[in-house]
Design a protein around this ligand. Sequence first.
Ligand code: BGP
Length: 484
Amino acid sequence: MSNVSLPLTFPDGFLWGGATAANQIEGAYDQGGKGLSVQDVMPMGIVGPRTEAPTPDNLKLVAIDHYHRYAEDIALFAEMGFKVYRFSIAWSRVFPNGDDAEPNEEGLAFYDRVLDELEKHGIEPLVTISHYETPLHLAEAYDGWTDRRLIGFYERYARTLFERYGSRVRYWLTFNEINSLLHAPFMSGGIATPKEDLSDQQLYQAMHHELVASARATRIAREVAPGAQIGCMVLSMPVYPLSPSPEDALAVMTADHANLVYGDVHTRGVYPGYFLRTLREKGIELQITDEDRDDLTNIVDFVSFSYYMSIAETADPAKKAAGEGNIMGGVPNPTLPASEWGWQIDPIGLRLVLNQFWDRWQKPLFIVENGLGAKDQLVEVDGRKTVIDDYRIAYLRDHLVQVGEAIADGVEVLGYTTWGCIDIVSASTAQLSKRYGFIYVDRNDDGSGTLERHRKKSFDWYREVIRTNGAALVDEAAAKDLTR
Ligand code: BGP
């Protein structure tokens, strides 16, 4: 054991695992009484236009057919030793139109079966209530979260889940990446009006409705599922000043505020002053009822977040070139390499975010998404099909080393779930070739493939990391001199 073992001590009971979302993994988009969701009309992800109805080129309609293969997939997660599995419940499987009076029993029964499998393998479930899959009817009939009535529909849905699964599920997330709403209104907020036609007033009102709905879900969970731990979920993206000028530092503060307000409200129960200033300056008057204010005081038990990349920010309009990135993007950082999709790779940024969130909110943190989307090459080794994905191992190891560092800094981290632990359809581009998994799925961007599953090299690597509760990272880290 090398001398870097101390910073890489992960606490006992650390929740190692992986994460997926219903619309990207399940398929069976019209089976078991499921209604359509916004994803069923997004064949190109967020990069392309929506369609009127589902079209055969939409890979999410079949995805990786987890709806029929969940037992096999969960058995593979168990083989890696997962302690936790994050998945989302498809709202439109439970309430096909979103505004139905009664839930769809067949949809609920499916998630009972998923939970049965997890229980069988001793894997703790971590459930996202709403992950970019608002029922399409709510988008078309109500314009999604711009309409206050969505709070009531979401409340009914959340209550149904807490009543049904509350005794079996401890960790819940209310909305995936709730801070993406202003950037991707259709995918994130089920808002049918095109982004360019939406006013700030409408967008910020939708944001308020989601924040109230999230807090109300927390309140309901306290009533009907007292053991539940409720978390918010935000897209994290540390922001660096492009130069050391005070103006650039101020631009960073402004960009940070725009992202941090969601966590501030979830952990403090009120809107922060800097946000009220933004509203004033934009001439927005939010409709906030007394009941809303009361709901917002139901703060979360923990904060969860996705982390893929960092960005830079500048006050200089001439240097404000837009970079690629996870939904919101930013100014490219000249010091960092990038993935094949232009997402800049920055392991230290994860340590910074963990410290920032902990210092700011003093709530336990859960990293519920992290990983590298990459093109994989299936090869045959000793008669077994596999992928030699050393690049993925390096990415995950470098990030986990920084998680270890943050834990040594005193940050309370509950767990870590890699994104797309089995290959699934990408959210931003709707491709299957943007792969994150430890498990290769034989399906291609043109829809061809057998859907067979194959263990990648990273499968064995991650099993070893989990088996040793992170200790296996140490020697590799030492060898690569990754720590300070
Ligand atoms: C997050 C989403 C996920 C997801 C991930 C990776 O923003 O919560 O649903 O897919 O990013 O993004 P992508 O699939 O676009 O590579």
